[in-house]
Design a protein around this ligand. Structure first.
Ligand code: GLV
Ligand code: MN
Ligand code: MN
Length: 418
């Protein structure tokens, strides 16, 4: 028992140190920003490959840029036995925390390294995937890595442009990947017995209840849009208020409507995370504006009803203000339930570690949502400190909680039944 707890503590120390080490691969000095297929993203992929190799895994990259480590089954296991698959993403939002995504790659690597040192293998292979893209920051298209593996990658997004005007297709080719082979990166459902993602909670529930870990019940669905508004620019001092076609004020009115529509209904949230006045100046009536919309809910019907209302209200506001709008849907994902039998196995791993079992939903999106197209999925949440803040550099977790997560993940794998 003492040995086992030392094993988890070693694993936790390694995970915390490596989260710091990986954060060095960033596009911004002093902040963590790592977007799809930049040189820093590639450097992080190389570092993950090195740690996977050291942990006894065979490592490969697919044409979406995913980093995949395979820990072979024990000798004598049936050839081609389906793998227990785990992992999460190594891209980040701008000015991110260190654990969102990265924890779900680093923790399994360290657990596998411990088994490798002990010469321990299982009757099934374990695959750890570092998904190359989940956040949708660079190309306004999300879950690119996991969708490639699930065979649901939408080829249309290859034409999406980054802020420098480079298309995803071009960026992939320059990084040495073949966008025409993404379909070939898809895994067969028969190759996967289950997918289990470890992730920081990114919210305050576990923290408020003084719990280190929890079992996710379902992942909220989400709909996202990008909108471009075109009004008429004019002189701020001379255009009378009633003659204005102010694109920024139309965006502001839409934003306030979204806030009002998504308030007061449990599980429903709406966000305008991008709001810009291109070439804006203090003395110019804004002629154009650009914004994003992100609407999520645990129940798909609740989200769909809110999206319909928001789209109708946008049309009303724009026509009232004589502003043109181009509204482009950039993401649509249904809510995904975690498989009951995997939730039960995670709950048993928690209970047998002497901890209370807490089930909770996930408001944030995760790679598991995409992988659900080919396999049963489950998620283990780890407590987020600092009031539960995430998508923010103040996102923190403790080494003690990493040790608890290592223990629970280890027990889950050791007792896993497909
Ligand atoms: C991913 O972090 C998301 O939920 O947007
Ligand atoms: Mn995130
Ligand atoms: Mn994440």
């Amino acid at each position: 028992m003492k040995d086992a707890s030392e094993q988890y503590q070693r694993c936790a120390r390694e995970v915390m140190q490596r989260a710091d080490d990986l954060a060095v691969h960033t596009e911004g000095s002093g902040v963590l920003t790592r977007t799809y297929l930049t040189p820093m993203h590639h450097a992080a992929a190389q570092q993950l490959s090195a740690w996977m190799t050291e942990a006894g895994m065979q490592v490969r990259r697919d044409d979406a840029g995913n980093v995949i480590g395979r820990y072979e089954a024990e000798a004598g296991s049936p050839l081609g036995a389906p793998a227990l698959v785990t992992g999460s993403h190594f891209d980040t939002v701008r000015n991110a925390g260190k654990y969102d995504g990265n924890l779900g790659i680093l923790l399994p690597i360290s657990c596998i390294a411990a088994w490798h040192r002990m010469g321990k293998r299982f009757p099934f292979p374990i695959e750890v995937i570092g998904f190359a893209e989940e956040e949708g920051v660079r190309f306004k298209a999300t879950l690119l890595g996991s969708r490639a593996i699930a065979g649901t990658f939408d080829g249309k997004v290859l034409a999406n442009l980054d802020e420098h005007g480079s298309s995803m297709r071009q960026v992939m080719q320059e990084a040495g990947f073949n966008p025409d082979r993404i379909a070939a990166a898809a895994w067969r459902p028969e190759a996967v017995s289950a997918f289990v993602e470890v992730h920081i909670e990114q919210g305050p529930l576990l923290l408020n209840e003084n719990l280190a870990v929890g079992v996710v019940t379902a992942i909220s669905g989400a709909t996202r849009f990008m909108a471009e508004l075109q009004g008429l620019a004019g002189h701020a001092g001379t255009v009378p208020m009633h003659m204005r076609r102010d694109a920024a004020m139309a965006a502001a009115e839409i934003g306030l409507y979204i806030e009002q529509r998504c308030s007061g209904q449990p599980g429903l949230v709406g966000t305008m995370g991008i709001l810009e006045v291109p070439n804006g100046a203090a003395n110019v009536v804004p002629g154009s504006a650009r914004f994003s919309i992100d609407i999520r809910a645990e129940q798909d019907a609740v989200r769909i009803a809110a999206v319909e209302d928001v789209v109708a209200e946008i049309q009303r506001i724009c026509s009232k203000r004589d502003v043109q709008i181009e509204l482009r849907k950039t993401h649509e994902a249904s809510s995904v339930a975690c498989a009951d039998q995997l939730q039960t196995q995670l709950a048993q791993a928690i209970a047998s570690s002497g901890l209370p079992v807490r089930h909770l939903p996930s408001g944030a999106g995760h790679d598991a949502m995409a992988i659900a197209a080919i396999a049963d999925v489950a998620m283990l949440f780890v407590r987020c400190g600092n009031g539960g803040i995430s998508h923010h550099p103040d996102e923190i977790m403790t080494e003690e909680d990493a040790a608890t997560a290592a223990q629970v993940f280890t027990r889950f794998v050791e007792n896993f039944v497909a």
